[in-house]
Write a protein that binds this ligand. Structure first.
Ligand code: GLY
Ligand code: MN
Ligand code: MN
Length: 387
């Protein structure tokens, strides 16, 4: 058993979060109109506000009350998780079938003149049925209210992401020798395909305490490395290949995200060596630009300038990064012109890449937490290229 898998972390106390949410009610509606209540339907937002992680649940937060509804499968879990999160007296739990849950929510909202819905998570049909149910109230679309609060992580959240990142680092260290065997030209690992290597990495993360992989692990070798989001397939990894490995772990709900690109069998040469150098420099400069008070777009610009100076501006066709937390992609977006201001506790990735179909692709990615005067990387695997 490795260090990363041992020792439980203390539960995250979420009890202050409902107050912070209610403080936003004054301007949560369209044109900064107030809402009297918010119906939270996004599962990561429900978890963040209540500690409840079940797959089915609804949370209605009014100015002075909060009601979580779920079904009988989650009777015990919801009570345990709310207790652990310090909100068992702040959030009433109502268990029942779909209709009973809806009626409980309508009853809990009886004083609210306007009820906000999470517009980015509500389908057209459910908006219509909520409209019929909350007939006595005005429904208002809201956007990014809880997500905005989630952007700054507390110490418990950062500790979980650090644990996820450590699991991922250790897992990669455990399976990387298999690439070295390919590089040495040994017959014994001749059939190491992208899929097999990805499966080995996923398994190694689970063995070290990951709940699951943070997203579908990417292993892209040879010409596939030039496809930024290739899915691992049956291509056997070969000596001389660049291999992009983009993956992460989940620990207690929180995710990590890291990319390393290797060159199998020794240091790269020719144009591929230049691509490695440029991406390494872009990522290094991008990481150095991360500090509180800067706009996310300036981190993107720092990376993009290095790549443009090398003549490959048009070969870096994705954003530089994104926030990470309960979701693998959350705010802030780190792309051209992104205006979100980084704050201590913001967790984001820096992941520039250059993709040349005729040569290969390279991406390097770390997950960073913004500190009081800069940043700290949660992902720490060395950036040595040759395996
Ligand atoms: N593969 C997910 C990401 O790096 O954003
Ligand atoms: Mn990634
Ligand atoms: Mn990423």
């Amino acid at each position: 058993m490795t260090v990363s898998a041992t020792a439980r972390l203390a539960p995250i106390d979420v009890s202050g979060r409902l107050t912070r949410l209610r403080d936003l009610f004054e301007s949560a509606g369209p044109d900064d109109e107030p809402v009297d209540a918010l119906l939270v339907t996004t599962s990561a937002n429900i978890r963040w506000l209540s500690g409840f992680s079940g797959s089915a649940g609804l949370l209605l937060v009014t100015r002075d009350h909060a009601t979580l509804t779920t079904d009988g499968r989650y009777r015990t879990q919801s009570s345990e998780q709310l207790q652990a999160a310090g909100v068992s007296s702040a959030i009433e739990v109502r268990i029942g079938g779909v209709q009973a849950q809806r009626q409980a929510l309508v009853a809990a909202s009886s004083e609210a003149k306007s009820v906000g819905l999470e517009a980015d998570n509500v389908t057209w049909s459910s908006q219509r049925s909520w409209g019929e149910l909350f007939a006595a109230a005005q429904l208002a679309p809201t956007r990014g209210v809880v997500e905005g609060l989630r952007m700054v992580k507390d110490a418990g959240e950062v500790a979980r992401m650090e644990r996820a990142a450590a699991i991922a680092d250790e897992a990669l260290a455990a399976v990387l020798p298999r690439l070295a065997v390919v590089g040495a030209g040994s017959r014994s690992d001749r059939e190491l395909t992208e899929s097999r290597f990805a499966a080995a990495l996923d398994h190694a993360m689970r063995e070290r305490g990951a709940e699951e992989s943070a997203f579908e692990t990417i292993v892209a070798s040879g010409e596939n490395s030039a496809k930024p989001h290739a899915r691992p397939g049956g291509r056997p990894i070969q000596p001389g290949d660049p291999v992009v490995v983009d993956f992460g772990a989940v620990f207690d709900g929180y995710r990590s995200d890291m990319t390393r690109t290797f060159c199998v069998g020794g240091a790269p040469s020719g144009d591929l060596a230049t691509v490695f150098d440029v991406v390494e420099e872009a990522q290094r400069v991008g990481v150095l630009s991360v500090r509180p008070g800067v706009a996310a777009g300036s981190v993107d610009e720092a990376c993009r300038d290095v790549i443009a100076a090398a003549g490959w501006a048009d070969r870096f066709e994705h954003g530089t990064g994104h926030g990470v937390g309960l979701d693998i992609h959350e705010g802030p977006s780190v792309g051209p012109g992104a205006t979100a201001i980084l704050l201590p506790g913001t967790v984001l990735t820096v992941e520039p890449g250059v993709y040349l179909p005729e040569t290969g692709g390279v991406r390097i990615e770390d997950t960073l937490v913004v500190t009081q005067n800069g940043s700290r990387s949660l992902t720490r695997f060395p950036k040595e290229v040759a395996v």
